[in-house]
Ligand binder design. Structure first.
Ligand SMILES: Nc1nc2c(c(=O)[nH]1)N[C@H]1C(S)=C(S)[C@@H](COP(=O)(O)O)O[C@H]1N2
Ligand SMILES: [Mo]
Length: 323
């Protein structure tokens, strides 16, 4: 987005040339050898390798039971393609940030819940993730840059978290904020962006069944490049609304201004509902390029989720759906 050129489709080939970071496979390799955490650590030490990643304390939660209500009209994007083609500007403005994103430190990870709530609190991610039953949902994702993917996300509905937060009647919006740590995330040294990444939705949007807090993908804890340990997924909105690596959730009266809206309000608005008829100022949104196959397919209103969300915008001027 912004200063970055749009990738022509010939650059798809680049993804296949990107090696999957070795450590992504370390856990499964060790599992194969039947090694525990202690053995893993000493193995890494004797080999002079960097300390092995600690086993994820939430690994037992996956695979999460599949919610059969969410079906796809196209194949799931292969994990190795999806995991090497990301938007996570905290780790760089190209699509190849997967290796750099492994610098993200995800333990300890606390989430502050504050603002217009009965009682503000801070909760450890490892406690939060066990408060609700996790489920797997196959969701389509449409980036504002006109590419799309399909992912088996696991997590829980955002509305469960809203229930836990007990917002006051005066709360009109939910505001999400990512971490701020330029030493860890090299992209945050760039002063071109107003860090930290922020996004927001209305309370009604947050209470909708589709709004999902993602904690896992591909039957395991969600990978760092996808926004570990928890991110949002709003399948009817352009991808930039689905903020990664959430650190703070605030209930507020004023409409939050997201990072992209703050930067370029004429191109990335608050609503950002997928609408093939409303062009981005610099390109058409009528079609999308499907990751992995490169197929160009028509984009659907609300990304095909109109049955569930259209009523949220009843009476709104359709031309404002996007902005
Ligand atoms: N914190 C943060 N969240 C973010 C972004 C980002 O740069 N930083 N990029 C957004 C955009 S534009 C998209 S398309 C999706 C990409 O998610 P993926 O890399 O897991 O496919 O994450 C969204 N969430
Ligand atoms: Mo995006």
């Amino acid at each position: 987005m912004v200063s970055v050129h749009r990738r022509p489709s010939w650059e798809i080939a680049e993804r296949f040339a990107t090696p999957e970071p070795v450590f992504l496979n370390r856990r499964s390799i060790l599992k194969g050898f039947g090694l525990g955490m202690f053995a893993a650590a000493s193995l890494a030490a004797t080999a002079g390798a960097p300390a092995a990643q600690e086993a994820d304390p939430t690994a037992d939660l996956y695979p999460a039971k599949k919610n059969e209500a969410y079906k796809l009209d196209r194949p799931i994007t292969p994990e190795e393609i999806n995991g090497n083609y990301n938007n996570f500007y905290e780790f760089g403005s190209s699509k190849s940030i997967a290796a750099n994103a492994q610098n993200l430190v995800i333990r300890p990870w606390e989430i502050a819940v504050d603002g217009l709530v009965e009682k503000p609190f801070t909760i450890a991610f490892d406690d939060l993730v066990r408060k609700f039953p996790l489920e797997t949902r196959l969701y389509r994702h449409r980036c504002v840059e006109a590419w799309s993917m399909t992912v088996p996300w696991a997590g829980f509905p955002l509305k469960s978290l809203v229930g836990l937060a007990k917002p006051l009647a005066s709360a009109k919006y939910v505001r999400f904020e990512t971490f701020l740590d330029p030493d860890m995330a090299s992209g945050q040294n760039s002063f071109l962006y107003p860090w930290p990444y922020i996004e927001g939705v209305t309370i009604a949007e947050a209470a909708n069944e589709l709004a999902f807090i993602v904690t896992g993908a591909y039957d395991k804890p969600v990978a760092k490049q996808h926004g570990a340990p928890l991110r949002l997924h709003l399948p009817w909105k352009y991808g930039f609304k689905s903020i990664k690596s959430i650190r703070r959730i605030s209930f507020v009266e004023e409409r939050p201004v997201g990072l992209w809206e703050a930067l370029l309000p004429s191109e990335y608005g608050f609503w950002a509902n997928v609408n093939p008829e409303v062009s981005h100022p610099r390109w058409s949104q009528a079609t999308e390029r499907v990751l992995a196959t490169g197929e160009i397919v028509p984009t659907l209103l609300f990304n095909g989720y109109g049955d569930q969300v259209a009523q949220l915008y009843a009476g709104m001027d359709p031309s404002t759906l996007y902005m």
